[in-house]
Design a protein around this ligand. Structure first.
Ligand SMILES: N[C@@H](CCC(=O)N[C@@H](CS)C(=O)NCC(=O)O)C(=O)O
Length: 224
């Protein structure tokens, strides 16, 4: 397992999270990328239930995870960290300029044109569950999300991966699509469903997910 106490690459994650967040926290993206490379990393585990130490904001201004430090760069934002890792290895970001720019374009599209709509549904369903205004807002939020999912599916077409070959864009898009695992939304998009399953079937993804889940201090509680 690339998780090693002596590794020079450090990422932040949470020591524990509620059940609904397990397998969703964005350190998974960085763990997945590092697993694809077989690169050792260690984790600094923070407390999600209490304000993060003030000093942490000097590294991650929003006091969120993940943050990244390899001794050369201290970074935050999962997309930027993935780009940085991709620059170092064409298994994450293809060398051919046309393919590389497709991957970068889709990385931004996943973060900026799909994730906000997916996150909106996640917030309404999970953080605001049971509130009448959330139930009222959901149909229009769902409609917007569905149009983004349809467009993504059309654009993916027959390809296995967004840029034609696996890249950081797929790490983000697959983890973005996982955010709506709690609801039967993606099943109306068979090509995207198969794409997400292809990503989740990669040994590096499975190792990354196992590492994240194993790092949590307490077993998942039902109803958390
Ligand atoms: N845009 C950031 C989002 C990071 C983010 O949302 N982190 C969440 C966990 S997935 C977090 O730390 N939430 C706790 C908080 O905001 O206090 C990225 O992609 O790195």
């Amino acid at each position: 397992m690339p998780c090693s106490e002596s590794a020079s690459t450090l990422i932040t994650a949470y020591a524990d999270v509620p059940a609904f967040a397990r397998g969703q926290v964005r350190d998974l993206r960085i763990r997945w990328a590092l697993e694809e490379l077989g690169r050792d990393y260690r984790t600094e585990l923070l407390d999600v239930y209490h304000p993060r130490p003030d000093a942490y904001r000097e590294w991650q201004p929003f006091a969120q995870v993940p943050a990244f430090d390899d001794g050369a760069q201290r970074l935050f934002e999962s997309g930027a960290i993935l780009l940085y890792l991709g620059e170092q290895d064409e298994r994450l970001l293809p060398a051919d300029p046309a393919t590389r720019w497709q991957a970068i374009t889709w990385l931004f599209a996943a973060l900026n044109s799909v994730e906000p709509f997916v996150a909106q549904i996640g917030a309404l369903d999970i953080f605001h569950a049971g509130k009448s205004w959330a139930a009222e807002a959901r149909p229009s939020a769902l409609k917007l999300l569905e149009s983004r999912l349809a467009a993504t599916q059309d654009a993916l077409g027959e390809r296995d991966w967004l840029a034609g070959t696996f890249s950081v864009a797929d790490i983000v898009m697959v983890t973005v699509l996982r955010i709506i695992d709690h609801a039967p939304i993606l099943e109306a998009y068979p090509t995207l469903t198969a794409y997400k399953a292809r990503g989740e079937d990669r040994p590096a993804f499975r190792r990354a997910l196992a590492e994240q889940l194993e790092s949590y201090a307490s077993p998942a509680q039902s109803g958390e």
